[in-house]
Design a protein around this ligand. Structure first.
Ligand code: FAD
Length: 372
């Protein structure tokens, strides 16, 4: 039987789930406390990136990027889909030595990746510093404008029959449904918890923490950059457990602005900018792209990545809570992996064939949830 599904949260993950579930024939009701895509989604860079922290992560990213490519023509130009690819940059020969095995791993996963030597690096991106050792190009990666992504997915879900309600905070989970802040009870065959970092307010024992990030954006310089640039050491920052770290990450926006990332911080839940960390981020970027020194940063902001201890999202049934499914904890990859999460979750809810191995993402992998 096809259940009625209630989704808590209208970020990119909840919106992607709403679209897939509605198109699969479910009667979908999405409840968003504030506006669509206003949480972590609004703070993100929008890099659709095949990241290889683990084979499972790479698989989820691959499916996410593939599905965004298929969705982009349907969602329209407001998505600002730019198939710019990623150029991973090696600082030295030690980093460059890692490129060949990495290219092979991508190819095994069905993702095209090519090694670029130091001589050709400047033909690919002329703004890069002369001392850099080379890199890896992943031409299939892309960029979108994340808040538009959440809105456009929700609108497509609405056209497929979903009911989308904003300004409607959910107060608690109840057996067979939820209770809203105003006391109204809504029953549903299945509930999807996609409230990002706030998911922990519903289930206190969820292994989720906030990981703060800073971004900065420059004024317009069309033609300065063609690819999304990322330092090869990025994974160390993304998957590390240091209190504070920065990794160079620079994105060309379609209007010519350059979006600069990114920092990672545990244990700082204040949205305030930390100037020392921003300075570290900017200095690191100047090592890779010295010409940035001539540009003006016009705005900086922070956001919070919903992070699990193993850096993989929670996707699937919640043990001991029949009818409750989790779709949260996507850390720094939620934009990329939202459509893959939606495909996996829809198959799990409807008992259909799964698009990838669900085991690395099941909530039951954490003992505190398995025995809840
Ligand atoms: C600085 C930074 C850069 C990033 N860059 C990238 C990137 O380049 N690529 C990438 O793939 N990912 C990136 N990310 C990660 C990405 O932003 C997140 O993984 C993703 O947005 C998570 O989406 P979500 O829908 O789970 O959460 P959110 O976007 O936070 O959405 C959750 C929604 O739930 C709603 N909600 C909360 N409580 C309730 C309630 N009680 N009732 C109803 N609704 C509720 C919230 O209002 C919110 O709209 C970045 C993140 C940061 C912080």
């Amino acid at each position: 039987m096809i259940p009625d599904v209630l989704i808590i949260g209208g970020g990119v993950v909840g919106a992607a789930c709403a679209l897939d579930l509605a198109e699969a024939g479910c009667r979908v009701h999405l409840l968003e406390a504030e506006g669509l895509g206003g949480g972590a989604t609004a703070a993100a860079m929008g890099h659709l990136v095949a990241l290889d922290g683990s084979p499972a992560e790479l698989d989820l990213c691959r499916l996410g990027v593939e599905r965004w490519k298929a969705l982009a023509p349907r969602l329209g130009t407001a998505l600002e889909f730019d198939p710019c690819g990623t150029l991973w940059v090696a600082r030295d020969d030690e980093e460059l030595a890692l490129v060949r095995p990495r290219c092979e791993a991508y190819q095994v996963a069905g993702i095209s990746a090519e090694m670029i030597d130091a001589r050709h690096l400047h033909e690919v991106e002329s703004c890069l510093a002369p001392h850099l050792a080379g890199g890896m190009r992943v031409p299939g990666d892309a960029v979108i404008y994340p808040p538009a992504g959440a809105r456009l997915l929700s609108e497509a879900a609405h056209r497929a029959g979903a009911r989308i309600e904003t300004g409607t905070p959910v107060a608690t989970l109840e057996p067979g449904g939820v209770r809203l802040m105003d006391g109204t009870r809504i029953a549903a065959g299945a509930v999807v918890l996609a409230a990002g970092s706030a998911s922990r307010e519903f289930l206190r024992h969820l292994p989720l923490v906030k990981r703060k990030g800073h971004l900065a954006i420059t004024d317009r310089h069309p033609g300065f950059l063609r690819h999304q640039l990322v330092e090869l050491g990025y994974l160390k920052s993304a998957h590390g457990s240091d209190a504070d770290s920065v990794a160079f990450n620079l994105q060309p926006r379609p209007n010519g602005q350059l979006l600069l990332g990114s920092s990672r911080q545990f244990g700082d839940d204040s949205p305030e900018l930390r100037p020392a960390l921003l300075r570290r981020m900017i200095h690191r970027a100047l090592d890779y792209v010295p010409g940035l020194a001539e540009l003006n940063v016009i705005r900086c902001w922070t956001g919070f990545r919903p992070t699990t201890p193993d850096h993989r999202p929670l996707i699937g049934p919640m043990p001991g809570r029949p009818g409750l499914f989790l779709a949260c904890g996507h850390e720094g990859l939620g934009i990329t992996t939202a459509p893959a999460t939606a495909a996996l979750l829809t198959a799990q809810i409807l008992g259909r064939s799964l698009p990838l191995d669900p085991a690395p993402f099941l909530p039951s992998r954490f003992s505190e949830l398995a025995h809840a």
